[in-house]
Structures are given as structure tokens and as C-alpha cells.
Write a protein that binds this ligand. Structure first.
Ligand SMILES: *[C@@H]1O[C@H](CO)[C@@H](O)[C@H](O)[C@H]1NC(C)=O
Length: 266
């Protein structure tokens, strides 16, 4: 009896884990951006050795060095970019040495990059000859130093394996607030955990939660007057994980400022 009930509770626990795990994966979406196991793709490089050509970009982060992403970044083909909802996601990428022993360095290991940009299609080129980012191709345009860690530059394009990994960040999640008293445009950055915010709410100490809409990349907007009271945020990642960040700003916040919460996703 004793051992039987122990087995039962074990299988109940097991079922619980299966359900929880299954729900997480389902919430992560169906696209190639939600690949958590090694998956084949291809990679090219851009932006030059100093990364100057990787600044700005379709996620809206601006200067990669002041944001903390540095040279460890990638531009994603539209299939991966998911209209900007993959901004901030972290990917581990390794050269497929079995498929390309000529250009992959044999013991290069992998690189971990943050999605900071999109790689737009070029319909004037075939997808197997220059139109590498044309849908439905799953393609990473890596910052030059990430590419050349794994393969010779002359390769141009290399076969890779990639998977989603957790982002390693220093400090709390950060919010840069722009706009005017009647319109907020909030850039979310330095996001830990799986890194890509797919839903964002805002409130001040006098309002209830207001759902923001994605403006572009990692920029979210709302049309409410929130000045004069401290702001809080509630973010949901692509994996479904949700956290509230309360009292992130002071009452005197103004547009153009960046505020850091004292917590983050892990
Ligand atoms: C697309 O490819 C053509 C032909 O090489 C090139 O002239 C053009 O600049 C490319 N367009 C974009 C948006 O990269």
C-alpha cells in the first residue's frame, strides 16, 4: 500500500511536469524562433569587424555597446524575427562542421548572440543564391566577430545549428521612456531569461494595468497620460513567463530617461 501510493504520487508529479513543460512549449509559439533543441539553419555576417554596421537595427536598441549587447548580436530572417517579437531573444549557434569541414573551424565551439535586428528579404535574388533571408528561410546574419569565431570569413555563408538559450544579463530589466505627456513609447531592453518580450503592460500608481501595443521592434506604446506618478510594468516572455516590475520609476520621471528595475527574468 505504502509503496503503491508513493508510485501514484510519483506518476501524478510526472504528469504535472509533463503538462507544465508542454504548456511552456505551446506558449513559446510554433515558429523556428521557438526552437529549443539544435536545429539546422545558415548564417552570414554583416557590420564589419568593429560592429559599427550593427548599430541601430530593427529592434530599436540603438547603440549595442551602451545597451550591453556589444558585438554578440545577430540579425534574424523574417521567419525568425516574428515581426520583432523575437527581439532580445538569445540564440546559441555553432558551425555545422560535418556539413562544411572546409570553412568551419573544427573546435570553435558555439557563440551566444542576442537578436537585435532583422535581415530583410531581397526578392531580386534567389533564396539559394544571395536571398538568404527570404522567407521561409531560417537565417542568421551574425555580427562579423561572431561569424569569424566559428568559420573563415571567405566562406560567406555557412551551415549552422542553433537553439534558443537563456540570456545572461547584468542587473535588472530596463525601460527607456520616450514620447510626450499623452503618448509613451517604451523600449524594453536588458531582458533576462529567454529575453523576448511578447506582451507588455504599463500602469502608474493611480491606474490599473494598461495593455501596450507593439510599435516597432522592442518599442511598445500607449496613449494615456501617466506623468506625475511612478510607473510599473508587467512583461510576458515568448515562453509565457510573466513578471511584474513595480515602482520602476520615481514620480518625477520624464521622457528620454532609462529606468532599471531591481529584478529581472532568469
Ligand atoms: C538586392 O540585391 C541586388 C542585386 O545584388 C542589390 O543591387 C540590392 O541592393 C539588394 N537589395 C537589398 C535591399 O539588399
Amino acid at each position: 500500500m505504502g509503496s503503491q501510493s508513493r508510485i501514484m504520487s510519483n506518476s501524478v508529479l510526472h504528469a504535472f511536469f509533463l503538462l507544465t513543460f508542454g504548456a511552456t512549449i505551446a506558449l513559446a509559439g510554433e515558429g523556428p524562433y521557438a526552437a529549443f533543441t539544435w536545429t539546422p539553419a545558415h548564417a552570414t555576417n554583416y557590420g564589419g569587424a568593429d560592429g559599427s554596421g550593427t548599430m541601430g537595427g530593427a529592434c530599436g536598441y540603438g547603440n549595442m555597446f551602451s545597451r550591453g549587447y556589444g558585438l554578440k548580436t545577430a540579425a534574424l530572417s523574417y521567419a525568425l524575427f516574428n515581426n520583432g517579437l523575437s527581439c532580445g531573444a538569445c540564440f546559441e549557434i555553432k558551425c555545422n562542421t560535418a556539413a562544411d569541414s572546409r570553412w568551419c573551424y573544427p573546435n570553435a565551439g558555439s557563440v551566444k548572440v542576442t537578436a537585435t535586428n532583422s535581415c530583410p528579404p531581397n526578392w531580386s535574388k534567389p533564396s539559394d543564391n544571395g536571398g538568404w533571408c527570404n522567407p521561409p528561410r531560417v537565417h542568421f546574419d551574425l555580427a562579423y566577430p561572431m561569424f569569424t569565431k566559428m568559420a573563415q570569413y571567405v566562406a560567406g555563408i555557412i551551415p549552422v545549428y542553433y537553439r534558443r538559450v537563456k540570456c545572461s544579463r547584468t542587473g535588472g530589466i530596463r525601460f527607456t521612456i520616450n514620447g510626450n505627456p499623452y503618448f509613451n513609447l517604451v523600449l524594453v531592453h536588458n531582458v533576462g531569461g529567454y529575453g523576448n518580450v511578447v506582451t507588455l503592460y504599463i500602469k502608474n500608481s493611480k491606474t490599473s494595468w494598461i495593455k501596450m501595443t507593439q510599435n516597432w521592434g522592442a518599442n511598445w506604446e500607449n496613449h494615456n497620460k501617466l506623468v506625475g506618478c511612478a510607473l510599473s510594468f508587467r512583461a510576458t516572455l515568448g515562453t509565457g513567463q510573466t513578471l511584474s516590475f513595480n515602482g520602476v520609476t520615481s514620480m518625477q520621471w520624464t521622457n528620454g530617461q532609462t529606468w532599471e528595475a531591481n529584478t529581472n527574468f532568469y
